[in-house]
Design a protein. Structure first.
Length: 640
């Protein structure tokens, strides 16, 4: 199965200027290599059959005829190959010479696309030799004895799966205000290819890379770019051989520049993700006015994913690069504290009330509240931090909670909930020896009642501590820890919470607070609603019950952000967590995820306000509007 991926290759062949036979052999060799690796597409640099730097030799008939002859040679070499080949050469039509991309497959020419924007500035003199594709009056051209589609109005679409559609632009086309690829994307092209000859000067590499990355993002597309290598350098210009495969703003693969040998980079591009984002982005639905594109049909060869030319991030919410992760944490803190600060300004509240358990979530909420109070100029003692020991509270978490409250400068309130819960058990006729959901939820709701009433007494706001992962799994007590007056962590997944706390420990607090934060980081995740074990340690570990949060966050991101079907999520999880979890274990927890995600929507339908910090949010007023009574059967069947 392809799981919605297509495999594209970008080649940087080692060429010789004007040596057409040598160049054709180099191109054929790389086509063969790409085909052996399962590539469905391969792109070569601009004017690769002749080489880009032929200058006035482009006006020599022997070069033009030779280019067509060697195109025929390359075309014949593709007869037993289903890979779509995109190569560059000069093409004559109706009295003009055009810088073109020729699309080949299985011994046939599918079409010819001329370059639209012809540079005539700086080191570029193309206007001396080539006409713009916009000047072309014919919709076909005779090449290699065949009359084939010709023009800037071509996109190529798979006859079996019309989602697989690609467009082509050439070098300078990308550098103009509205590249042809923008219009191609609006007309259905989800893959964009660029044959280029971009020379190297100081700073150009970074700018060019960013152009490719941004164009793939703006067009919701895979952008495959390749440029002339060092062996096409001549006279006053030097090429580096820069090839990039980018998908929706992410660089999947990139070549090493300034190499003398051939290079071939390969990437698996996720068509399903791109289509999904286009469907969700209503701006992309705006009709394209102007160019009416002709759709040239082709038949893509089937991709069977075994070797996978793509990194699958096991922790999609958490940047793997430490510098990027630190920047992400800083940005999230800024969003959380700004949102909370606005709520305090609007309500004219001077006090915050927050329950502190000694766990990660309430720790993060307290740190955010303290930072917000600093910004507002409110004293930290106005933060009423309440620890509420219950039947499951352990000495370790209790000590951590008390120490944290004291070191942050908040006001400590301790309210033991055991007697109140025992009275409530009596009132409702529940045997406290039965440690069921009633036993657990009575404690959670008692704590929330205390916080709410205390906030009323102080004229303050209850700060919610629950995170995004808990909301996704419904791992919260309805009208218990599920409720607050502003939920600062509601868009922060569990896998990111610990990095935020660690970042705060390393960057925001004094040494004493840092010590307790690292103790909290090393404490197992638990609601602490069941009595401790015989050693006084935590007996109720969340991940033993509902599964590892790193798996559930992976499922959540790919189900909600990318809209993948469960079978594809299972496949990707096996790649991402290879060596950590086997298929049976991943499948087990994926079933748990979907069952809980569907059955617990009613809790998400009435969650408090809270700041959106990332691309995945489950707020019913924003990103996620799901019926509370939807059935999970279709999704569970797909897992099987």
């Amino acid at each position: 199965m392809s799981y919605g991926f297509v495999r594209a290759a970008a080649a940087v062949p080692s060429l010789k200027v004007g040596d057409l036979s040598y160049n054709a052999d180099a191109i054929k060799k790389l086509i063969k290599q790409a085909a052996e690796k399962g590539a469905q597409f391969i792109i070569f640099p601009e004017l690769c059959i002749t080489s880009y730097t032929c200058a006035d030799l482009f006006q020599q008939q022997i070069l033009l005829k030779g280019a067509e002859t060697h195109l025929q040679d390359i075309m014949e070499a593709t007869q037993s190959c289903d890979t779509v080949v995109i190569a560059g050469l000069p093409v004559y039509s109706a009295g003009q010479l055009y810088n073109c991309a020729v699309v080949l497959q299985s011994g046939n020419i599918l079409g010819v696309v001329p370059k639209t924007y012809i540079p005539g500035y700086g080191e570029f003199y193309e206007q001396r030799w080539f006409a713009s594709g916009l000047d072309n009056k014919d919709d076909s051209v005779n090449i290699c004895g065949k009359n084939v589609p010709f023009g800037v109005d071509l996109v190529f679409q798979d006859e079996k799966d019309d989602r697989i559609c690609f467009g082509i632009e050439i070098c300078e086309d990308l550098w103009v205000p509205i590249p042809p690829s923008s219009r191609q994307a609006l007309s259905g092209a989800v893959l964009l290819f660029n044959l280029s000859a971009s020379n190297e000067i100081i700073g150009k590499y970074e700018y060019r890379r960013e152009l490719v990355r941004q164009q793939s993002a703006k067009c919701f597309a895979g952008y495959i770019y390749t440029s002339s290598g060092i062996n096409e350098s001549t006279t006053d210009i030097v090429f580096g051989g820069h090839a990039i495969i980018s998908e929706y703003g992410n660089i999947l693969e990139e070549s090493e520049r300034f190499r003398n040998d051939d290079q071939l980079i390969i990437g698996d591009i996720d068509i399903e993700r791109l289509i999904s984002d286009r469907i969700k982005n209503t701006s992309f639905m705006e009709p394209e006015k102007g160019t009416a594109f002709r759709k040239i049909k082709f038949r893509i060869k089937e991709l069977v994913v075994s070797d996978f030319y793509r990194n699958v991030d096991a922790h999609p919410f958490v940047p793997s690069n430490p510098d990027s992760r630190d920047k992400r944490c800083s940005e999230i803190f800024a969003i959380q504290t700004s949102g909370l600060g606005k709520r305090f300004n609007h309500t004219h509240s001077k006090y915050a009330v927050i329950g502190i358990s000694g766990g990660l979530d309430s720790t993060l909420a307290l740190l955010v509240t303290a930072k917000a109070f600093d910004r507002l100029g409110l004293p930290r003692e106005n933060i009423i931090a309440v620890t509420m020991p219950g039947f499951g509270t352990t000495d370790e978490t209790y000590k951590n909670a008390v120490t944290l409250i004291k070191t942050t400068g908040a006001s400590l309130r301790e309210i033991n909930i055991k007697d109140a819960c025992m009275q409530h058990f009596k009132d409702i006729g529940h045997d406290p020896r039965i440690h069921d959901v009633t036993y657990e939820n009575v404690q959670a709701r008692e704590r929330t009642q205390i916080l709410m009433d205390l906030a009323n007494k102080m004229g303050g706001l209850v700060i919610g501590t629950g995170d995004l992962s808990e909301l996704a799994m419904g791992w919260c007590t309805y009208n218990g820890d599920h409720m607050s007056m502003y939920a600062v962590n509601c868009s922060v997944p569990k896998t990111l919470v610990k990095y935020l706390v660690q970042w705060a420990a390393d960057n925001m607090v004094d040494e004493e607070t840092k010590k307790v934060l690292y103790k909290i980081l090393n404490t197992p995740i638990s609601p602490e609603l069941l009595p401790p074990d015989s050693n006084g340690d935590i007996n109720q570990k969340t991940e033993d019950i509902i599964g590892p949060y790193e798996l559930h966050d992976f499922f959540l991101y790919n189900a909600v952000r990318n809209c993948y079907e469960p079978g594809k999520i299972l496949f990707l999880a096996m790649k991402a967590f290879e060596g950590n979890y086997d298929k049976a274990e991943i499948k087990k927890w994926l079933n748990v995820f979907y069952k809980r995600f569907f059955s617990q929507q009613f809790k998400r339908s009435c969650i408090p306000d809270g700041p959106k910090v990332g691309s995945v949010s489950l707020s019913p007023r924003g990103d996620w509007r799901m019926p509370s009574d939807a059935e999970a059967a279709l999704w569970l069947e797909d897992i099987e």
